[in-house]
Design a protein around this ligand. Structure first.
Ligand code: ACO
Ligand code: OAA
Length: 371
């Protein structure tokens, strides 16, 4: 038996949802550039779940279904109030809230195709309410109900802040949602597929995926990038900081990728947005620092900035609390996880690889009194 550390380069599934070929990302054959410039998040959700773009009626129906399913049980809010909310990470809270939500869903264990489609809508709709309700309860405020007629992106900001966002704010969130929606067999998506390949239910698959996304080598990197920028503080400190980290063999968050070698095609869209928003808000230093770090790491190590790198300064300009960055990633990635879960169910086989045993052999049991 031979092993590939971290399964690098191993092709573990077939998918019709997204692909990364020669550092180009496509969703169902549409380039991420095309979608980021033109599509609403709702269109992308439809695309990932149905493998085609919706017509006007289909899109309107999906928007309506999402809006109608955004309300969350009061038990979720009571649960947020039942522990020391300031001491927990929102990703931990999201993981538990989604698992809890499954207990309120009478169809949670109904594995029929129709029930799974209904749960898909419910999960995608409710995640925005769960993330925003958590944030508001933590701030000592009441959760806000979604507003009819607003897009998913706008409703997220509305439920978070209680104000209808500007066009630019809505566009920034919509673009971020489109860019984060799916990414082939990344760690959290793989986790969700492994989970549901046992024929476990969709809530379990999504809860498992949230758990995998939480780590700083994956989705947790966006928050870590902002923490790094805050630690650096000013543009002139950026290069000395990064050089010291590199000398100590520490990783620079938001840089590097398992698959992309020349560049993450999503990063340029977030970089452009970061430049625009930081300049609009007089926060240029966050962009300047980021660019200096990106250029240095690219030149020194040949590593590209990934999707998490510039999203940090974008969300900072929108006044979003730093520990909500990864839940926002999850909110978008729900669409991809759900698409992969449905695809796994369609043609399922248990995922069960092998491990090469490298431990001691031929051991003899020794009585506990003699150890
Ligand atoms: C949405 C996403 O999940 S995107 C990824 C988000 N994660 C991050 O931004 C965290 C920082 N980046 C990393 O840790 C890595 O680049 C990963 C986890 C994304 C990919 O890692 P892998 O493909 O396993 O690469 P691995 O960790 O083995 O690193 C290979 C080499 O590049 C170096 N390297 C990789 N990433 C970085 C980094 N961010 N900063 C400095 N060096 C790095 C490693 O130190 C290693 O160097 P060496 O060969 O001299 O020892
Ligand atoms: O694909 C990966 O390994 C990580 C990533 O960029 C993502 O999930 O968006």
């Amino acid at each position: 038996m031979s092993t590939t550390k971290g399964l690098e380069g191993v092709v573990a599934a077939e998918t019709k949802i997204s692909s990364i070929i020669d550092d180009q990302l496509t969703y169902v054959g549409y380039t991420i550039d095309d979608l980021a410039e033109n599509a609403s998040f709702e269109e992308v959700v439809f695309l990932l779940w149905n493998k085609r773009l919706p017509n006007k009626e289909e899109l309107a129906q999906l928007e309506k279904d999402l809006f109608n399913n955004m309300a969350i049980p009061s038990g979720i809010i009571d649960h947020f109030k039942s522990y020391e909310i300031h001491k927990v990470h929102p990703m931990g809270a999201l993981r538990t809230a989604i698992s809890l939500l499954g207990l309120y869903d009478e169809e949670a264990d109904d594995m029929s195709e129709d029930a799974n489609k209904r749960k898909a809508i419910r999960l995608q709709a409710k995640v925005a309410s769960v993330v925003t309700a958590f944030s508001r309860v933590r701030d000592g405020k009441d959760p806000i109900q979604p507003k009819e007629g607003l897009s998913y992106a706008a409703n997220f900001l509305y439920m978070l802040k209680g104000e209808i966002p500007s066009e630019l704010e809505e566009e920034a969130i919509n673009k971020a949602l489109v860019l984060h929606a799916d990414h082939e067999l990344n760690a959290s998506t793989f986790t969700s597929r492994v989970c549901v390949a046992t024929l476990s239910d969709m809530y379990s698959g999504i809860t498992a995926a949230i758990s995998a996304l939480k780590g700083p080598l994956h989705g947790g990197a966006n928050e870590a990038v902002m923490n790094m920028l805050l630690e650096i503080g000013d543009t002139e400190n950026a290069l000395p900081y990064v050089k010291e980290k590199m000398a100590n063999k520490e990783k620079i968050m938001g840089m590097g990728h398992r698959v992309y070698k020349t560049g993450d095609p999503r990063a340029k869209h977030l970089k452009k947005m970061s430049k625009e928003l930081t300049s609009l808000h007089g926060m240029e230093k966050w962009y300047e620092m980021s660019e200096q770090i990106e250029e240095y790491i690219k030149a020194e190590k040949g590593l590209p900035a990934n999707v998490d790198f510039y999203s940090a300064s974008v969300y900072h300009c929108l006044g979003i609390k730093h520990d909500l960055y990864t839940p926002m990633f999850a909110m978008s990635r729900f669409s991809g996880w759900i698409a992969h879960i449905l695809e796994q169910y369609e043609n399922n086989r248990l995922i069960r690889p092998r491990a090469e045993y490298v431990g001691p052999e031929q051991q003899k049991y020794v009585d506990i009194n003699e150890r």
